[in-house]
Design a protein around this ligand. Structure first.
Ligand code: C5P
Length: 234
């Protein structure tokens, strides 16, 4: 039987990937399907939580019992996260948020111009919603979980990048997964290392269904919320 360790908890999950409009028909986007975020929502509901998913461009049905709010771009996602975070006990930021957006949305479809090359696209930096949550939190609630999709490179290991990101974003847990062709995005399976800010050992989740990683995240969130409750009583 599933643990009912999230009864009475409100969990806010972001899922999918933002799309940043370039003109009325084009956008800058990414390959996130939303499957991992929806799996987290499903796992949390099954354990008794009240769950809201802020879904960016997912083509997935709302899991039973989950409230879904649809958004398109990073700033929509930011508005909805801010609108819902106040009542949340935990926030899981599984969405792939575009780091940049076109500086201006062109009003009519950008046309090919004979004899001239492509027009350059100017970009602006989007707000970092996760970092903002970490910075605005006064106590230890909500528990904040971030994701880091890392391809790994020559300048240090995936986990080194993860540790730095955990600190920089001010989250409690960071789910680090490797991405790349056939990995993580648009597929059914995932593998990850979950890093914790409280100094506890990283949790390795073996390659398997996204619901397994979702369960591991719920375990850690439930544990932290229980710990915070007992702290409150002392
Ligand atoms: O910095 P990076 O994009 O790798 O961070 C990934 C984490 O930060 C994810 O949890 C993602 O949802 C969140 N994020 C965000 N706002 C951004 C970029 C990423 O909340 N603009």
């Amino acid at each position: 039987a599933l643990p009912r360790d999230l009864v009475g908890r409100r969990v806010l999950v972001t899922a999918g990937g933002t799309r940043e409009a370039l003109d009325p028909v084009r956008y800058l986007g990414n390959r996130s399907s939303g499957k991992q975020g929806f799996a987290i929502a499903l796992a949390a509901v099954a354990r008794g939580a009240q769950v809201t998913v802020i879904a960016a461009n997912t083509a997935l049905a709302a899991p039973p019992g989950v409230t879904v709010v649809e958004v398109t771009d990073a700033r929509d996602l930011q508005r909805q996260v801010q609108a819902h975070v106040g009542s949340a006990d935990a926030v899981v930021m599984a969405a792939a948020v575009a780091d940049f957006r076109p500086a201006a949305v062109v009003e009519s479809k950008i046309k090919k111009q004979d004899g001239r090359g492509p027009a350059p696209i100017q970009l602006l930096t989007n707000p970092d919603i996760l970092a903002e949550l970490g910075a605005q939190r006064t106590g230890q609630r909500p528990v904040i979980v971030g994701f880091a999709a890392e391809t790994g490179d020559e300048n240090g290991s995936v986990l080194d990048h993860g540790r730095a990101k955990l600190a920089r974003k001010g989250c409690d847990l960071l789910v680090v997964n490797r991405v790349g062709p056939g990995r993580a995005f648009e597929v059914e399976d995932n593998a990850a290392t979950i890093l914790a800010a409280d100094g506890s050992e990283p949790v390795q989740v073996a390659f398997g269904p996204k619901i397994d990683l979702a369960a591991a995240i719920c375990d850690l969130v439930a544990e932290r919320l229980t710990r915070l409750d007992s702290g409150d009583r002392e």
